[in-house]
Design a binder for this molecule. Sequence first.
Ligand code: SF4
Length: 63
Amino acid sequence: MRVTIDESFCDGDGRCVSVCPQVFAPDDDGSVFVLDPEPEPSLRECVRMAQKLCPHGAITITS
Ligand code: SF4
């Protein structure tokens, strides 16, 4: 599994960080970045939840 954020869509609200802090983290400038771009399979559900909750469709998961 590979996780990316399209920064042109992300508004930095941090919903993904709230549900999956193992993979997403806040940046110093108020945006969010992918802390772990190739997370373990055990984190799949958490990443999927973050993708579902993202209000701007900024999170992409590829396998
Ligand atoms: S939930 Fe989406 S818009 Fe919000 S910080 Fe995460 S990637 Fe950005």
